[in-house]
Design a protein around this ligand. Structure first.
Ligand SMILES: C[S@@+](CC[C@H](N)C(=O)[O-])C[C@H]1O[C@@H](n2cnc3c(N)ncnc32)[C@H](O)[C@@H]1O
Length: 342
């Protein structure tokens, strides 16, 4: 097929096709004599992929990287792209909300302070969303994660009560058939899988390797690259959010933003079931740390201080203020469950 036909077939222009050629994205065979380009079936397939990726906002240079990287499937790339777009979308929403609030101030002299505060709040939100980093290297942990869930015989067993905790979430979160359940920080899928096969389970995680492992173990779970602070889910699209041993990788102020995100994606009457490392409140935290110190268990103290075990009371208070009824249970000295429903 020559360039004009190819352009017509793909609903684009010869100029656009020549542009992608100059960028090295496509190299059709050229007739040595008249220099006409000939597009094979695989050229057309490649061109339609390029056009589709451009349509969803992928930069030309990134398209080149995807097409040339044998380790990155287009599916994986699209997943990452969706996650990035959700982040941008949420940032835009924050900006629009801030503009609305600023306009309400009418820009009078006495409202300047309030306007500055709104701008500062917006800046803070952007920074919080952008600064989280995986300092635990979950991609590296993925392949042996299930074997490393230490159950017994360790100086400090961070997974003490793991099975009991996951089961407690399943017993609390009761759903009608064919509900949609999102497991955030799904890891290898141990909690989400408990909702199969009666429900649709979407597993969200920032670690590509964890998602691969999850998919390998539970092919029917839909995996999505994404972050607690910008869930790759549309508003009011899921019946329940569950999460196990994941939220404690976020500092407390980020945990509240994560709850706000959960509320955004939950349908009215949605439920939240979180089991995680947490203390009832600051006093409980101090007492447990003191017990470990007295017992000479520095490993436990260091391990707790290296992460962000939640202050259960702060999360419960936020949920109540936002219209949820809440049950909170301390399963053992470091593990807690929060169940919220409306
Ligand atoms: C300790 S694993 C727990 C995995 C699984 N939920 C379980 O109970 O076995 C923590 C998981 O949370 C994910 N995670 C941590 N912080 C996250 C964040 N901010 N956004 C999305 N996923 C996160 C990690 O990538 C990892 O897969």
């Amino acid at each position: 097929m020559q360039i004009k036909e190819a352009a017509m077939y793909l609903n684009t222009t010869p100029k656009a096709i020549r542009f992608y050629e100059t960028k090295g994205l496509i190299t059709p065979r050229k007739d040595e004599g008249n220099q006409y380009r000939y597009f094979s079936e695989s050229d057309l397939y490649r061109l339609s992929t390029i056009l589709a990726l451009r349509e969803i906002g992928v930069a030309v240079q990134d398209i080149k990287t995807i097409l040339e990287d044998p380790n990155l499937s287009i599916r994986q790339y699209l997943d990452i792209q969706r996650s990035a777009l959700f982040e941008q979308w949420l940032e835009m929403r924050d900006m629009i909300e801030t503009i609305d609030e600023m306009l309400e101030q009418n820009w009078k002299n006495d409202s300047i302070e309030a306007i500055h505060q709104l701008a500062a709040h917006l800046k803070n939100m952007k920074e919080i969303r952008g600064k989280w980093q995986d300092r635990w290297d979950f991609n590296e942990q993925a392949k042996d994660y299930d074997n490393h869930i230490k159950r017994e015989g360790h100086v400090f067993n961070v997974h003490e009560g793991y099975d009991e905790g996951l089961q407690a979430v399943v017993e609390k979160v009761k759903l009608g058939s064919c509900s949609v359940v999102a497991d955030i920080g799904i890891g290898t899928g141990n909690l989400g899988a408990k909702f199969l096969p009666n429900h649709k389970v979407i597993g969200v995680d920032q670690s590509e390797k964890m998602l691969e492992k999850c998919k390998e173990k539970h092919p029917t779970i839909e995996t999505r690259n994404g972050h607690f602070l910008a869930l790759p889910l549309l508003d009011q699209s899921v019946d329940a959010i569950v999460s196990s041993y994941a939220l404690h990788h976020l500092p407390d102020e980020e945990k509240l933003l994560a709850l706000k995100e959960m509320k955004r994606v939950l349908k009215p009457n949605g439920q939240i079931g979180i089991v995680d490392l947490m203390f009832q409140d600051e006093i409980h935290r101090k007492n447990v740390l003191n017990q470990f110190r007295k017992a000479g268990n520095q490993i436990a103290v260091d391990s707790i201080e290296d992460e962000y075990y939640a202050n259960q009371s702060l999360l419960v208070e936020w949920l109540k203020q936002n219209g949820y009824k809440v049950e909170a249970i301390q399963i053992n000295r470091i593990l807690g469950l929060i169940y919220a429903y409306s």
